[in-house]
Design a protein around this ligand. Structure first.
Ligand SMILES: [Zn+2]
Ligand SMILES: [Zn+2]
Ligand SMILES: [Zn+2]
Ligand SMILES: [Zn+2]
Ligand SMILES: [Zn+2]
Length: 238
């Protein structure tokens, strides 16, 4: 485990650095005979294989000659540190002892995607954006892009391409239904032109129509007639 690899504010006295790991003491212990200090976890492997010797002066060491240095521990824990995410827009500073609590709440801590898409580097405060309908998580649940013409399908973003491919006919049928509805509301279209965006969506459908047969169907005279007619109607109404 070793000492604290924290981002201390200002230089840290050599008195608080473990001679084994060169980091600030974590749970420091002191040797009774020679008074040297080490992190508990740094000295443990040495004590485990007797005969043990102090790494500084080679004096004989036993577990009985080593005790926790609580005063030193308290001092190290009261040193001022920056948040680990200080390079990532978190400007928190505080005592080392309070760092774990801060990290539990730090908005800039990178965490694992809640959808398990594989990303582990998303700052906590960006997670809702990442998994949002407009975010970039491939596993976010999003509505079909043809929701406005009545497709009710919702699925993972990375399944959407397949849905579009597999349901061209369904989407075309929905578009037909919507066009018929629009025609019935022609009075409304004439007065404020609000439904015209649905027609540009229809031309998008046309571009995505996979088969020649579908395109022929879209280009059939009754359809073209309707489209041209609706466009013509729209021009007078910006
Ligand atoms: Zn150490
Ligand atoms: Zn020693
Ligand atoms: Zn922070
Ligand atoms: Zn994700
Ligand atoms: Zn759909």
């Amino acid at each position: 485990m070793g000492g604290y690899d924290a981002d201390f504010v200002g230089p840290i006295s050599a008195d608080y650095l473990c001679p084994i790991c060169q980091l600030a003491f974590r749970d420091p212990v002191q040797t009774r005979d020679c008074g040297h200090r080490f992190c508990e976890s740094c000295l443990e492997p040495i004590l485990r294989k007797p005969p043990a010797f102090c790494p500084i002066d080679r004096r004989t060491l036993t577990r009985e000659k080593v005790y926790p240095d609580r005063a030193c521990k308290r001092t190290v824990l009261s040193l001022t540190v920056k948040c680990y995410n200080s390079g990532n827009e978190c400007d928190w500073t505080g005592e080392l002892i309070n760092l774990p609590t801060h990290l539990e709440n730090c908005k800039r801590v990178p965490i694992k995607c809640v959808n398990n898409c594989g990303r582990t580097d998303i700052p906590r405060d960006q997670m809702s954006t990442h998994v949002d309908v407009d975010g970039d998580c491939p596993l976010a649940i999003v509505p079909c892009q043809y929701t406005d013409i009545g497709c009710k399908f919702k699925g993972r973003r990375n399944e959407m391409e397949k849905h579009i491919q597999d349901n061209t006919q369904v989407h075309l049928d929905l578009a037909h239904v919507r066009i018929r509805e629009l025609e019935q509301r022609q009075e409304y279209v004439c007065t404020n032109g609000k439904f015209l965006w649905k027609i540009s969506n229809y031309s998008q459908l046309f571009q995505q129509s996979a088969t020649k047969k579908e395109k022929e169907k879209l280009c059939s005279p009754p359809f073209l007639h309707r489209t041209v007619w609706l466009q013509a109607k729209s021009r007078g109404f910006p």
